[in-house]
Design a protein around this ligand. Structure first.
Ligand code: GAP
Length: 451
């Protein structure tokens, strides 16, 4: 079997597990779905929150130089004109001339084996026509044109030019528009960062690869405001911090790669951008980005809003518009990387076993508690006591008395529960329980008081 097929099989196994075990469902599934949208089930939302809380703790709570914000999703349309999104937040679109279905031109060319980095729309059109590249339906394709990915809407009861707004395509602009507020309220020393987590929306031409490319997703972004003289040192600090983050997610270092984005592909205001890529089962793809944005965004706000964005260095007359390093993390990509890295198949007692080797601090359920036999009231009562103790202590503890003990272990393995605690007749005598470890399947006896 080819490597590609094996990888797709792994991806399919993850998607199927995610659905079956209550992590991630297709959005609006009962009505036939809505392409590019996903709903999180009880375990998915727990895993996602664990990832987002870990990020918030690591980058906001544990630091002295970070300020959190939570800006509105709908913003004044001037934000998106000043940022350049209205004019340039586009993807190259191409149409199947028979079915009128639309596709990302660069994706079709890449799938056909062409190098697409740095190609203009005309270059792509020429490549498609000269090489007779077809749509996935086998039909001829149109010329390539741009397609703006922002979801447009109107705010208020009157629909006219002035009421146009957009669902934000990135959380970053909600940070830049609050830069002045944070400086005025807190007057932090440079460098300092403003962080935000929240939904972002992009009308992707062809959402694909499970949650990897969605139309509604979440970002965790930081704008780190710096003295321009120090940009290289600050950028390098962030490279190291990104690796700390991928390590905290439990991603093997050898599967995380830095891609220096070449001059031709970088935004004109950026002196350096690194895409951090991960070896997903679908191939090596972007996990998150780190960009040096200069003073592009604050300059735009100063120009278009007419507000002073300069920072005055405390106790001096030195004033300048700070520059910005922007680490931008996608929650869905982090989650998909965590699932991909933790999905494991092995053999236990001659039987195939599937388990999620999730880091303990990310696992949606930390302990599952069971009575050995569910028809023995004395065991159930004792098990309920142990469950109540652990639930109070950890919160993410599950009661599981379905099926025999072997089946319970398999079920908990599949959702990545690190420990299963079983109450049996010995427990009634000596207050010890069996604790079974997910990765090794080893079991040992411990006192309830030691759990
Ligand atoms: N503020 C900069 C910015 O938004 P980006 O590279 O367009 O940069 C940052 O997006 C991150 O957001 C990506 O690295 C990825 O993790 C995530 N992301 C972008 N588009 C996405 C999509 N359609 N679905 C899921 N995640 C996405």
């Amino acid at each position: 079997m080819s490597d590609k097929n094996t990888k797709n099989e792994k991806m399919e196994a993850i998607v199927s597990l995610a659905k079956r075990r209550g992590f991630i469902y297709q959005g609006s599934e009962v009505y036939g779905g809505l392409s590019g949208t996903w709903d999180y089930g009880p375990l998915g939302v727990a895993l996602k929150r664990n990832i987002m809380n870990l990020w918030w703790k690591m980058f906001v709570e544990d630091r002295e130089d970070m300020y959190g914000v939570d800006a509105a999703i709908l913003m004044n349309q001037k934000v998106w004109k000043a940022s350049g999104h209205v004019d340039t937040f586009t993807d190259p679109l191409v149409e199947d001339l028979d079915t009128k279905q639309r596709f990302r031109a660069d994706h079709l060319l890449k799938d056909a084996g062409f190098e697409v980095d740095g190609l203009s729309l005309d270059d792509m059109t020429t490549l498609i026509h000269e090489n007779d590249v077809k749509s996935p339906n086998g039909n001829s394709l149109s010329d390539v044109r741009t397609f703006n990915m922002m979801f447009k809407t109107t705010v208020g009861p009157v629909e006219d030019e002035n009421s146009i707004s957009y669902l934000r395509p990135e959380t970053a602009q909600g940070i830049f528009t609050n830069y002045r507020n944070v400086v005025d309220s807190f007057y932090p020393d440079l460098p300092f960062g403003v962080a935000q987590q929240g939904k972002a929306f992009r009308n992707e031409i062809s959402p694909r690869d499970f949650i990897f490319r969605s139309r509604e997703f979440e970002q965790m972004e930081i704008e780190y405001f710096i003295d321009p003289a120090n940009w290289e040192t600050e950028f390098n600090n962030w490279v190291a911090l990104v690796h700390e983050w991928t390590n905290a997610l439990g991603l093997p270092a050898e599967n995380v790669h830095e891609l220096e984005v070449p001059d031709a592909d970088r935004a004109h205001y950026s002196k350096r951008t690194i895409d951090f890529e991960f070896d997903f089962p679908i191939g090596r793809e972007e996990l998150l980005g780190l960009a040096y944005r200069g003073s592009f965004d604050l300059d735009n706000i100063q120009r278009d809003a007419g507000k002073n964005m300069a920072y005055v260095v405390k106790g001096t007359n030195t004033k300048f518009i700070p520059h910005v390093i922007e680490p931008s993390f996608g929650v869905e990509r982090a989650l998909m990387a965590v699932l991909s890295a933790s999905y494991t198949e092995d053999e236990v007692n001659g039987e195939k076993r599937v388990f999620l080797k999730l880091p303990e601090h990310l696992a949606p359920i930390k302990y599952a508690v069971s009575p050995l036999l569910k028809n023995k009231p004395e065991l159930v009562v004792k098990a309920r006591e142990v469950y109540a103790i652990l639930k109070k202590k950890y919160g993410n503890v599950m009661w599981d008395d379905n099926g025999n003990i072997g089946k319970r272990y398999r079920r908990q393995d599949e959702i990545g529960t690190p420990y299963c605690v079983v109450i049996d007749f010995d427990t009634l005598e000596d207050n010890t329980v069996t604790i079974r470890e997910r990765d090794t399947t080893e079991q040992k006896r411990v006192a309830i008081s030691e759990l």
